[in-house]
Design a protein around this ligand. Structure first.
Ligand code: MTE
Ligand code: MO
Length: 419
């Protein structure tokens, strides 16, 4: 019992720079990266589908959830990466800096991994604030870098597998090595660089490295392990709680840092691109406006009054922006599939949507048949009981379940059935 107590005290007082801590944070970081990668792939293919791809329209909040995870996990990476770098940072300045070709490869892969990750999460965060202090296309670079990050992560994990395996569980905190006792693999058989004469006597290879860091294991640490875990944990929880409210209603009272706040804007709904920015202030209110729906040579043009005279449907659907914010709203308008019936569209056909907007990446977009023929996909004319505000897409906008906000086209001008 006394020994257990003493061991616990020692464990808690031990400095955070030890391989066990690096592995613990590394696991969380790997989880966050994999969540970002998976949800990122989903978001990418929703926006740029391969022709054969079909997506789920249920639950309607699917994209809100996946993209909320994407942004929140990405934000959580900041304190986790900084914490992990802290646990190993003396190793970054080790001497000699290069001990041979293998050591070079190991360090190069880490440099690539750390560099790519930091750039990735930084441009991702700035994008949620719609701040682009660079002159490259965000989406292309973010997409390409994701493969660099995941690829170098895989290399990093492979290289560090012996350390990860040894320090995976709680009891294997390497204290024996730190105390300099001989361990079965004292010859450094776990594949790291060959031990030099001095440190070879210390113990396993991680023991050698971390003994080098800590000098004397008994030295009083300046940061306790508990203090360190608390710092990393609290910072991660704080950034998550203070921003996730943009995506999840339950946390919205704590949304302090995120760029969008629920419940603001016309009809209590935030606006992303305004009518002014899209240069539709005149065309959107023009009496000549009509929505053109065409299927080959069959064409129908309906004014807003004619659309309002058709059977109206009310649905609750969220706007879920790629930038992470989202909000539920009540939409009223004409079922898209009723309009498509009028031009004899087939349920296997996709659509090309065009907005009045003068320029912009989402002026012309594509919609797969799974959305076009879903009963809750509307050409919306009202939101939250009010006529659609011009900033929300007056005279008519698209709203469909489970799609990213960028594809919820505002200021609709024409719908063309694709063959
Ligand atoms: N024509 C057009 N539609 C658009 C956009 C746009 O830039 N142009 N922005 C989209 C984006 S990114 C989002 S998140 C939603 C936001 O809708 P809201 O501004 O009505 O909240 O509209 C979408 N519809
Ligand atoms: Mo968006």
């Amino acid at each position: 019992m006394r020994r257990l107590l003493a061991a616990t005290q020692q464990a808690l007082a031990a400095p955070p720079r030890n391989p066990r801590m690096t592995v613990v944070i590394g696991r969380l970081l790997a989880l966050a990266f994999l969540l970002c990668f998976g949800t990122g792939l989903y978001s990418h293919f929703l926006q740029e589908p391969e022709p054969w791809m079909r997506f789920s329209t249920v639950p309607a909040q699917l994209y809100q959830v996946t993209q909320g995870i994407h942004i929140t996990a990405g934000i959580a990476c900041f304190p986790l990466i900084l914490g992990k770098l802290y646990t190993v940072y003396p190793l970054l300045f080790q001497t000699p800096p290069l001990k041979g070709p293998l050591h070079f490869l190991e360090r190069a892969s880490i440099a690539l991994f750390v560099g790519a990750s930091l750039v990735q999460i930084t441009i991702g965060l700035l994008n949620t604030y719609q701040w682009y202090p660079w002159n490259f296309g965000f989406r292309q670079v973010h997409w390409a870098l994701s493969f660099v990050v995941i690829g170098s992560l895989a290399i990093h994990i492979a290289v560090k597998l012996p350390v990860i395996a040894r320090f995976w569980t709680r009891n294997s905190d390497g204290s024996r090595e730190l105390r300099g006792e001989e361990t079965p693999d004292a010859e450094g058989r776990d594949g790291e660089t060959a031990p030099d004469g001095e440190t070879a006597r210390v113990g396993g290879v991680t023991g050698r490295i971390f003994r080098w860091i800590d000098q004397t294991p008994e030295a009083k640490p300046s940061v306790s392990r508990r203090g360190f875990i608390t710092t990393v944990g609290v910072s991660t929880a704080t950034v998550v709680v203070l921003t996730a409210g943009q995506s999840y209603a339950a946390l919205s009272p704590f949304n302090i840092f995120a760029p969008r706040v629920k419940g603001t804007g016309p009809a209590g709904l935030p606006v992303n691109r305004t009518a002014k920015a899209a240069q539709v202030l005149d065309t959107a209110v023009s009496p000549d406006w009509a929505l053109t729906i065409s299927n080959g040579s069959r064409t129908v043009a309906l004014s807003r009054a004619e659309l309002l005279a058709l059977p109206q449907t009310t649905v609750d659907l969220p706007i879920s922006c790629v930038e992470g914010w989202s909000q539920m709203a009540t939409w009223k308008g004409v079922r898209l599939r009723d309009l498509l019936d009028r031009v004899g569209a087939d349920t296997g056909n996709g659509l090309k949507l065009t907005s009045l907007e003068k320029k912009g990446g989402y002026r012309v977009t594509q919609m797969g048949p799974e959305y076009a023929f879903d009963a809750s996909t509307l050409v919306a004319l009202e939101v939250n009981g009010e006529t659609l505000d011009i900033d929300h897409g007056y005279p008519a906008r698209m709203i469909a379940p489970g799609r990213p906000g960028v594809l919820q086209t505002k200021w609709l001008s024409s719908l063309e059935v694709e063959s």
